[in-house]
Design a binder for this molecule. Structure first.
Ligand SMILES: Cc1ncc(C[n+]2csc(CCOP(=O)(O)OP(=O)(O)O)c2C)c(N)n1
Ligand code: SF4
Length: 276
């Protein structure tokens, strides 16, 4: 008897095997997302609509998922998701994107969607670089890191995107790495159920483009590095900036109960109807 992997029922058979490089963290993110979907009791993806821009990460839903998806312009996935959610509020609208797509060119849309507390889930794979275009510096590239456009080391400090989401007032924000599969699955389930803007950063290995330049020998080395350099948020609260240098603070950073944009929008429409 041939056993089928649980995720195959959610995937388009015709695009398997995936074109992601061997050892890429994006496969782990796909697995965790689909495991969360399965554990929530969905036997297919009919209740979901996916939006993505351009980049390796943007290839997660389109073409892989057997679902309605929009593969739009680089940096515009959240803006498109806004439109989709307004006309299909009953669906779970989920955006997948890289750090360049979401926090570089797309950061304006991200902040406004978080401020509106629009009920969508944004999953940002942070591989520290623009992988698809050959490894340029991105907003989340670590300080002093070597990339195609910082051959002598990055002179900028990386942007903490989770803090940006917190400041914008969204309902939910978390960070894990591809090493933390169990908490990541749990967090994705929480994000899908949340009635507000939910952001999950997943620090993810790109062994081919970023890892090679940064001196990692394999995807395994990168996962080991993530494991050894992760600090739970509770522990990080008692650590100095110096101690947190080179560390990934992981956990749930924001979990607020507040009404989302489409609920408030519905209330306004009802108010206007009564008045008319
Ligand atoms: C408007 C626009 N600018 C630039 C590009 C070129 N481009 C394609 S993908 C990409 C960056 C990809 O990096 P990221 O979003 O971090 O995703 P990754 O490939 O690392 O997953 C860029 C700059 C584009 N396609 N469209
Ligand atoms: S280039 Fe990097 S991010 Fe893109 S598929 Fe390969 S390993 Fe993954």
């Amino acid at each position: 008897m041939i056993l089928k992997h649980f995720a195959r029922k959610y995937l388009r058979e015709e695009v398997l095997p995936s074109t992601f490089c061997p050892g890429c963290g994006l496969g782990i993110i796909i697995n965790c997302f689909l495991k969360a979907v399965e554990e929530l009791g969905y036997s297919n993806l009919n209740d979901f609509i996916f939006c993505s821009g351009i980049g390796c990460t943007a290839w997660i839903p389109s073409p892989h998922f057997k679902a309605d998806s929009i593969h739009t312009l680089h940096g515009r996935a959240v803006a498109v998701a806004f439109g989709v959610k307004m006309v299909r509020p009953e669906h779970h609208v989920v955006v997948f994107g890289g750090d360049g797509d979401i926090a570089g060119i797309g950061i304006g849309h991200l902040i406004h969607a978080a401020k509106r507390n629009l009920e969508i889930v944004v999953i940002m794979a942070n591989n520290f670089t623009y992988a698809m275009t050959g490894g340029q510096l991105s907003p989340t590239t670590p300080f002093e890191s070597l990339t195609l456009t910082s051959p002598y080391g990055n002179i900028e400090k990386p942007l903490d995107v989770v803090k940006v989401i917190d400041a914008a007032g969204a309902s939910f924000a978390a960070r894990w790495t591809t090493y933390h599969i169990i908490p990541l699955i749990r967090t994705i389930k929480t994000a899908i159920k949340k009635n507000g803007f939910s952001f999950i950063e997943v620090v993810s290995q790109c062994p081919t483009i970023y890892g090679r330049r940064a001196g990692f020998k394999s995807a395994y080395d990168m996962l080991k590095y993530f494991k050894e350099h992760s600090v739970p948020i509770e522990k990080a609260k008692n650590m100095s900036d110096e101690e947190l240098k080179d560390k990934f603070v992981v956990g749930i950073f924001v979990d607020r109960e507040k009404l989302g944009f489409t609920s408030l929008y519905k209330q306004v429409i009802n108010k206007a109807r009564v008045k008319l």
